[in-house]
Design a binder for this molecule. Sequence first.
Ligand code: UTP
Length: 522
Amino acid sequence: MLLPPPAPARVRELLGRAGQPEVLRFWEQLSAEERRLLEAAVQQLEAGPLRDHCQEAAAAATARHREQGQGAAPGGGGGGGTHRNMQPLPGEVTGSTARTEPHRLDNWRDRGFHEISENRVAVLLLAGGQGTRLGVSYPKGMYDVGLPSGKTLYQIQAERIRKVQQLAEERLGKKCVVPWYIMTSEFTLEPTKKFFAQHNYFGLVESNVVMFEQQMLPAVDFNGKIILEQKGRIAMAPDGNGGLYRALMNNKILEDMDRRGICFVHVYCVDNILVKLADPVFIGFCVEKGADCGAKVVEKAYPTEPVGVVCLVDGIYQVVEYSEVSQETVEQRNPDGGLTFNAGNICNHFFTVDFLKSVTEEFEPQLKRHIAVKKIPYVDEQGNTVRPDVPNGIKMEKFVFDVFQFSKNFVAFEVLREDEFSPLKNADSAGSKDTPSTTRRALLWQHYRWAVRAGAHFLDSNNMRIPHLSQLQEAEELPAVCEISPLVSSEGEGLEKYLKDREFHSPLLLTEDALVALGQHQ
Ligand code: UTP
């Protein structure tokens, strides 16, 4: 039998210089097509950076192992205490929807709408993640959490963009566009493109939806060796949502923003069902403050909630992970009883285009690499695919918020969790936090509150009015189901004309075309 040709010299040489010749260990068993694909994958990589990446991952794994051996709490508060010089956010850089007088909120809203109407605002979606915890085989944005309308996260977001454009036009009498930049990865680009095309871009103009791809990096084992997920296929993972900055550069996205005259960018995660797209109040607040970088935050739900906290460390703005803070610091309270470190990061940011330029041109190489230890399917020495029960490998990730330290004028803006934050992270089977059920409930509670505020009444099966209830806890059962299309109302405004003093059976669906009482309405 004829032996296949050896791997091309340049491929062997590249892997040799990177210290990864084992990647070719199954070469002779591969089909011609598999060899072609492996060769192409290797040629995407550069020897020097690849060697550094693998060595850095192995060193980080060793350090972490050592720390855990010394009793630091893995992933939990109370062990780390590495940040002794933490300071809470100063009042002068922090705004709040709950503690600001209505007329000031209106001023910020006016300013935000003004910028939007001048075509200076874009939104940027981080949608390159693999959504492993949710466990579906398609991008998370395509997920339907089970709303009466059956809308997916992508559709909800698209409609919110259409609505904010429409509101800006109505207020300022000018047609405007909020372009939607969507960062995808090898996993999410093709299905996302196809989904948008199938749905006619959800009513947006195709040229105003700009998809681009982030970089992928090889996953490595604890010895710093590249993991093969198949005999001829390297296990690759996107480089974290902080891969944004490199992706902006590689895909010339800031040039596209310049061409369109964009000055301000609202960056957000795909999985927050309550996200306000190009929120005029947040944009207006940041612009009025002259900020180059801003973060929306929510109050922590309880002291040990495992969210990052936006704060100062040695005078520098950053997000400190829960696992890095001592129990004492987590529990620390102000004289008024509130938690001292209370600004929970929700991955919802404002950046000026100039700031993004300074990051991409100057600071990107300084971004910290974070280690994520994961269960990564691999091929054993016999070439069989193994799905490990325990973590066996490392992905290195950058985080989008690690640029706060480079800001010259940082601000934070506190919003109400029940109005703005409910992320989809886990499958329903995995527990009760951040699941399809909790996100669906959060949205339906919000719409129920809006409906009641607008004067609607809901009836039970005996046509008796259901007493209005306020939401006491996230898990609270809804008195009635009501979903309001983002095309009808963006934050509960303008609903009286449909709902005031009227009675409805649940579930009620309010669409741009009509009130569709899925029950009957009077
Ligand atoms: P998460 O850290 O929650 O990751 O991402 P994930 O991929 O959605 O889910 P798991 O951890 O695999 O279960 C927060 C946001 O950052 C984006 C995600 O798409 C999500 O909007 N992200 C994450 C990227 O855009 N790129 C990445 O490499 C990682």
